[in-house]
Design a binder for this molecule. Structure first.
Ligand SMILES: Cc1cc2nc3c(=O)[nH]c(=O)nc-3n(C[C@H](O)[C@H](O)[C@H](O)COP(=O)(O)OP(=O)(O)OC[C@H]3O[C@@H](n4cnc5c(N)ncnc54)[C@H](O)[C@@H]3O)c2cc1C
Length: 454
């Protein structure tokens, strides 16, 4: 059995810790069975946003008439769109792997790791051990239990970002952010998209007003089947047929591609974490304390596999804390998740931070809320954003910023100033008393906070 100072399982956000440990002179084993860089680089944030930019460009051209420009798209070169994204991320993954292999203190194990005993991992026929182990093995798409699905060639987001041919007719199962982003990508580029969602509204984790507006817009853009479940899936030749039920009514859908986007499951089962005594919660996510140490001293966990926020910036934040806490055992610091933002790169974009209005109400907080439309600002009307709005929430007495929720153009960018103010524990004054460039889009954020009335 080979012994190391540290084992890091997963080459996504875990690499931040393995490289720091190796640079400090520790011997480190990095265990990874896929391409280096993890989900974000290979099948998540980065390729999806590269592809979505093509969809955004298409939408800009389609809306050109609104601004007095007559433009027509003569062709969509699907191969180039995919190649731009895949070529970039595959090259980066290769470079990250080579960088790890070159490091004199890092040993790369390119295979599936599985715990077989206390701090002992079996990988590629070898057994390795270390006093310090970091579990950063992420999550994978959930596959729901649907009659007939096992015999149908469905795809998940893993394949959706690398399809060699554009689907003609696509059903997306799901109503969360991955379903929303991929519907925009495929739909804007000409695929006929049907979204099948079991709930009454898309993006149910968003503020209710944002989710309602987003659902309205998607009702305009796509064939949106809400309160609908897939009862049976079948496959004949190139055609996939689905039997779906909505409020007791059944209908048949025939498509060439079925994309499942119904959530993620942690990779703890593949890793068999129970063999080393690491406890998981009822959904299989690794349980940790506030320092991200698991129930076994010396074994740490971070990222999707701990299940707090399944977002890359959250995983990066956690990696920084784990690195600090491992190397400063007498001065451990609890993770500060306050004001964790998120953004959805659909069309319209959505972004949020802090409490939703419903959460503020349920917590019994004395809050004030205000909504301001993009179209009521100079820039919002100049870009013809008629759906967009910003909702601001603050504490009635202290002016603490409780939350902000944005739907509309550049929402992912606009949210940042609110995140910065919240992370610095500033009040609404940080926004209302500042000076905004006129007539730039951030004025809509200032107006939303400026119209809060105690
Ligand atoms: C389509 C899509 C779009 C997304 N867009 C965004 C976005 O815009 N913004 C955002 O913040 N987040 C986004 N995310 C989420 C983000 O990608 C993840 O939250 C983040 O990558 C998680 O990082 P991680 O380090 O926890 O896990 P990962 O990056 O998944 O790393 C885990 C690694 O462990 C490896 N592994 C797992 N089990 C084993 C094993 N037993 N043996 C060996 N290796 C193993 C895996 O191959 C993987 O490389 C998106 C995700 C998807 C799917």
């Amino acid at each position: 059995m080979k012994s190391f100072d540290m084992i890091v399982i997963g080459s996504g956000s875990g690499l931040e810790i393995s490289s720091e440990a190796a640079d400090r002179g520790l011997s480190v084993a990095v265990v990874e069975h896929g391409p280096f860089g993890g989900t974000c680089l290979n099948r998540g944030c980065i390729p999806s946003k590269m592809l979505i930019h093509s969809a955004d460009v298409m939408e800009t051209i389609q809306r050109a008439g609104l601004f007095g420009i007559s433009a027509q798209v003569s062709a969509v070169d699907w191969g180039s769109i995919i190649k731009r994204a895949v070529g970039t991320v595959d090259g980066d993954a290769q470079a990250v792997e080579e960088g790890n292999r070159r490091h004199p203190k890092i040993s790369v194990f390119k295979d599936t790791g599985r715990f077989v005993g206390d701090r002992v991992l079996e990988v590629g026929g070898e057994r390795i051990t270390a006093e310090r182990i970091v579990i950063a093995a992420g999550s994978r798409p959930r596959v729901p239990d649907i009659d007939g699905l096992a015999d149908v060639p469905f795809i998940t987001s893993d394949e959706a970002l690398r399809l060699p041919r554009q689907p003609r007719r696509l059903v997306i199962l799901g109503g969360g952010y991955i379903a929303a982003e991929l519907a925009h990508f495929f739909g804007a580029l000409g695929t006929e998209v049907t979204i099948v969602h079991r709930g009454p509204r898309l993006l149910r984790q968003e503020d209710d007003d944002v989710a309602a507006r987003f659902t309205q817009v998607y009702q305009r853009r796509f064939n949106l089947l809400l309160n609908t479940v897939v009862q049976r899936a079948q496959h004949h030749g190139d055609e996939i047929s689905l039997e779906v039920g909505t409020d007791g009514r059944t209908q048949a859908l025939a498509v060439d591609t079925l994309l499942l986007a119904v959530g993620r499951v942690p990779n703890t089962d593949l890793l068999d974490v129970a063999k080393t005594g690491v406890a998981v919660d009822d959904r299989g996510f690794v349980r940790t304390d506030e320092y991200l140490e698991t129930t076994v001293p010396g074994i740490w966990a971070l990222g999707d596999i701990v299940g707090r926020y399944l977002l890359k910036h959250s995983a990066n934040l956690e990696a920084a804390y784990v690195a600090h806490n491992i190397f400063n055992p007498d001065n451990k610091v609890a993770v500060d998740y306050y004001a964790m933002p998120h953004a959805i790169f659909a069309s319209p974009q959505v972004a949020g931070v802090g409490l939703t209005e419903r959460a503020a109400r349920e917590q019994g907080l004395p809050y004030v809320a205000s909504v301001y439309s993009y179209y009521d600002t100079a820039y919002g009307s100049s870009i013809e954003d008629k759906d967009g709005f910003v909702k601001a929430l603050a504490h009635r007495e202290t002016k603490e910023i409780l939350g902000c929720h944005i739907i509309g153009s550049e929402a992912s960018v606009l949210i940042q100033e609110v995140v910065n103010a919240m992370r610095m524990r500033l009040t609404t004054d940080a926004i209302t008393q500042s000076i905004y460039v006129h007539p730039a889009l951030p004025e809509v954020v200032q107006r939303a906070f400026g119209s809060l009335r105690a």
